[in-house]
Design a binder for this molecule. Structure first.
Ligand SMILES: *[C@@H]1O[C@H](CO)[C@@H](O)[C@H](O)[C@H]1NC(C)=O
Ligand SMILES: *[C@@H]1O[C@H](CO)[C@@H](O)[C@H](O)[C@H]1NC(C)=O
Ligand SMILES: *[C@@H]1O[C@H](CO)[C@@H](O)[C@H](O)[C@H]1NC(C)=O
Length: 351
């Protein structure tokens, strides 16, 4: 009897919980970059302290004190290890998914060029093509790989830099002279739509598209433009909202017109609405670390604030881990019906 019991206990310990989906692929910018920029010639890389001060592996190139929303979503989906960056992922590991995200990257190819090299969404998609050819070599069965790719979760979050490191950097880019905010939202969405269609054609079916954060409330946005006394730069938030407003119709279009498509829109505006001080997060527009005037990022090797769970912003662009936890938690399991449209990521995984 005792030995039978022991046998079952041992069996239970051997059978590790499987993730809810076989794989998770990440497309995005610095909000979810986990090291892809480390070997590039760019000011947009952060593989040095104090970045990663609260991360299990220290500074890795993540633009935060701790985990990104992609890291936390991976955990919520049941993955034991973080999804690796495309720059270093090799061998069997790519079967769990790959992270293509790159700091300063945009929907538009030129976005972010004033800070150096970056991997634009177009190039991230080309890199995904490379991953798929590697998967085909590993799995040696086209039908199997095609089915496999249809079961993965894909998250895409782009546009942040198309505003801050393009439209609202008029000294480097002509876009704000060529387009009104509404026209700019339209041209961005047209290009994004083509890019997401390429992702679909590569076999993606379960795709969560993240809206752009309220950039007018970032310390970088606040430093660049006056606020006229309000907490955020309304002009920037209004422009970003014009883009976000077009994501729901885009998701509807894909779901109604592309066979098998299960796209969903993650509404960051809804998720980040409300007063963070209710959760003890009292520093809403001052960064936690000492900031470089040239990059707006943390200065290397200087001690950051110690009460990091009281800050919304880690540096002048990027949220702290506590905010990433909050946002990914609600993207995964919606708290309000407007957090995700039509479904949250937990439901998407189960389809
Ligand atoms: C500040 O207010 C003025 C006058 O109402 C307006 O023209 C300007 O665009 C505002 N600035 C910002 C950054 O919102
Ligand atoms: C996103 O959230 C905002 C704020 O709650 C809401 O006004 C808007 O309708 C939502 N958008 C969608 C597409 O659900
Ligand atoms: C860096 O930030 C810490 C904590 O906010 C502060 O105590 C320190 O004076 C800052 N150092 C510099 C060189 O500004």
């Amino acid at each position: 009897m005792a030995s039978v019991l022991l046998y079952f206990l041992e069996l239970q310990m051997l059978v590790r919980a499987e993730p809810q989906v076989p794989c998770y692929f990440i497309f995005g910018d610095s909000l979810v970059d986990n090291g892809n920029n480390n070997a590039l010639t760019t000011l947009a890389k952060v593989n040095f302290p104090p970045y990663g001060i609260d991360f299990v592996n220290g500074p890795t190139g993540r633009f935060s004190n701790g985990r990104t929303t992609a890291d936390i979503l991976g955990e919520l989906l049941g993955f034991d290890n973080f999804i690796l960056p495309f720059a270093t992922a090799r061998g069997q590991d790519i079967q769990r998914g790959v992270n293509y995200a790159s700091g300063a990257a945009g929907i538009r190819a030129e976005t972010g060029q004033q800070v150096g090299d970056r991997i634009s969404l177009d190039t991230q998609l080309l890199n995904h093509g490379i991953t798929i050819s590697r998967l085909l070599t590993l799995q040696r069965n086209l039908a199997f790989t095609k089915d496999y790719l249809s079961k993965c979760i894909y998250t895409v979050g782009m546009g942040y830099n198309d505003y801050l490191n393009n439209y609202y950097s008029p000294q480097y880019y002509p876009t704000s002279r060529l387009f009104t905010p509404d026209q700019y939202a339209v041209v961005l969405i047209q290009q994004y739509s083509k890019q997401l269609k390429i992702l679909y054609n590569y076999g993606a079916r379960k795709v969560a598209v993240f809206g752009i954060w309220q950039l007018g409330c970032t310390p970088a946005g606040l430093a660049r433009y006056g606020t006229n006394g309000s907490a955020c730069v309304k002009m920037i938030n209004d422009a970003v909202q014009l883009f976000n407003n077009r994501l729901k119709p885009l998701v509807d279009y894909f779901n109604n017109n592309l066979y098998g498509a299960k796209f969903t829109y993650i509404n960051i505006t809804s998720i980040t609405a409300g007063d963070p001080s209710a959760a003890g997060i009292t520093f809403v527009n001052t960064p936690c670390c000492n900031i470089s005037a040239t990059t707006g990022l943390c200065i290397e090797n200087q001690a950051p604030c110690s009460n990091r769970n009281k800050y919304v912003f880690w540096d002048t662009f990027h949220p702290t881990e506590i905010i990433n936890l909050f946002v990914s938690g609600r993207a995964y399991r919606a708290l309000s019906p407007s957090d995700a449209y039509p479904i949250d990521i937990r439901t998407l995984a189960q389809l």
